[in-house]
Design a protein around this ligand. Structure first.
Ligand code: AMP
Ligand code: TRP
Length: 357
């Protein structure tokens, strides 16, 4: 039997404001991938509730992330855009994976350690099992490529390990039922010849794999940062964006003329990186143009570029947000298309595991 059909899956949590890090690190890549893959983009509301979400806020932010997808150029007709909780197969496969992935694997996840901190006894059990739901998101479509920021690399490795363990544990049954696909990645010492799940590959990189906070170049830009000045939200108006960039932390030196000169200058490097990503230039090219400039000159250039790139998107987002009925209809239709792919795969998983249906 032939190998897996290429398919892209990725998800964004509706747990905070959509910000420039999400846009440059994830959404612009999603937009580009549409021309070469069949894509599924999911607003992962079930992941969001691993930490407390105010219900009305969750509804609003689910629509906001969807609006961000559409406003940035994701085409819900050619591809699939939906919210996770509308397709029950995600939760159902996640349960099976709760029983495949090992406690030790999950305990090593740095995102869990960071989010739980010293409060381990009191965080939800969903926060611990979170990576299994993420594996299910991807594998319930047998997706082969997963565009994410660098912070998600470890979760992708866990998804690969889970897929592999499932393939090995159930190898005999998969072959017996005729559900196997030729294992082109085969490791002859461990892997079976026929597999059910692919090994999903992370697509990391792109123009800005890690956009940093505007207040602290050592921290990533995040919706959970207590200071709103640390990030540019996709719903910020022009004045706010411009003020945040003007007030961004920098150092007293002028910009260097080569990338090597950014070493040890996290804030400067970040602003140059944002400029590069927004303009589609390399950091080298940005420095060829702006090397030697003081920040008092570079920041206004960055403001102008940011507004010219972001304003059309933010205003389209606001327009879409004014018509929640339309957004909800897009999500519903997307969920139906997603379910049509996921349900037959889940049915085969049930047969493999030994669930009567
Ligand atoms: P999250 O908001 O954590 O659900 O992240 C959604 C997507 O945006 C994931 O692919 C993240 O890796 C990516 N992302 C989040 N924050 C950043 C950042 N500061 N820089 C680059 N990518 C990011
Ligand atoms: N965990 C991802 C994040 O926080 C979001 C996510 C959930 C995801 N399921 C996914 C990303 C599946 C890629 C594929 O950013």
């Amino acid at each position: 039997m032939a190998s897996f059909e290429p398919r892209v899956f990725s998800g964004i949590q509706p747990s905070g404001n959509l910000h420039l890090g999400n846009y440059l690190g994830a959404i612009t890549k999603f937009v580009d991938l549409q021309s070469s893959y069949n894509c599924i983009f999911c607003v992962v509301d079930m992941h969001a509730i691993t930490v407390w979400q105010d219900p009305e806020g969750l509804i609003r932010r689910t629509r906001e992330v969807t609006a961000g997808f559409l406003a940035s150029g994701i085409d819900p007709e050619k591809h699939i855009v939906f919210n996770q909780s509308q397709v029950p197969a995600h939760a159902q496969l996640a349960w099976v994976f709760n029983c495949v992935a090992r406690m030790g694997w999950l305990s090593r996840m740095t995102q869990f350690k960071d989010k739980a901190g010293k409060n381990r006894e009191n965080v939800s059990s969903g926060l611990f099992a979170y990576p299994n739901l993420m594996s299910a998101d991807i594998l319930v479509y047998k997706a082969t490529h997963v565009p994410v920021g660098e912070d998600q690399k470890q979760h992708l490795e866990l998804a690969r390990d889970t897929a592999q363990k499932f393939n090995i544990d159930y190898a005999e049954r998969i072959a017996q039922l005729g559900y196997g696909v030729d294992n082109i990645d085969r490791d002859v010492t461990t892997d079976p010849e026929l597999v059910f799940f692919p090994q999903p590959e992370p697509l990391i990189g792109g123009p800005a794999p890690r956009v940093m906070s505007l207040r602290d170049g050592g921290k990533k830009m995040s919706s959970s940062d207590a200071s709103d000045k640390a990030r540019i939200n996709m719903t910020d108006d022009a004045d706010t964006i411009s003020q945040k960039i003007r007030k961004a932390k920098t150092d007293p030196e002028a910009l260097p003329s080569e990338v090597a000169g950014l070493e040890g200058r996290a804030e400067a490097s970040n602003l140059v990186g944002i400029y590069a990503a927004l303009s589609g230039l390399s950091k080298d090219d940005v420095l060829k143009e702006h090397g030697g400039s003081e920040f008092s000159k570079f920041k206004p250039a960055l403001v102008e570029l940011s507004l010219s790139k972001l304003s059309p998107i933010t205003s389209e987002m606001r327009r879409l947000m004014d018509d929640p009925g339309h957004i909800d209809a897009v999500l519903k239709k997307g969920a139906e298309k997603a379910d049509a792919i996921a349900s037959p795969i889940l049915d085969q998983v049930k047969d493999i595991v030994g669930f009567i249906r």
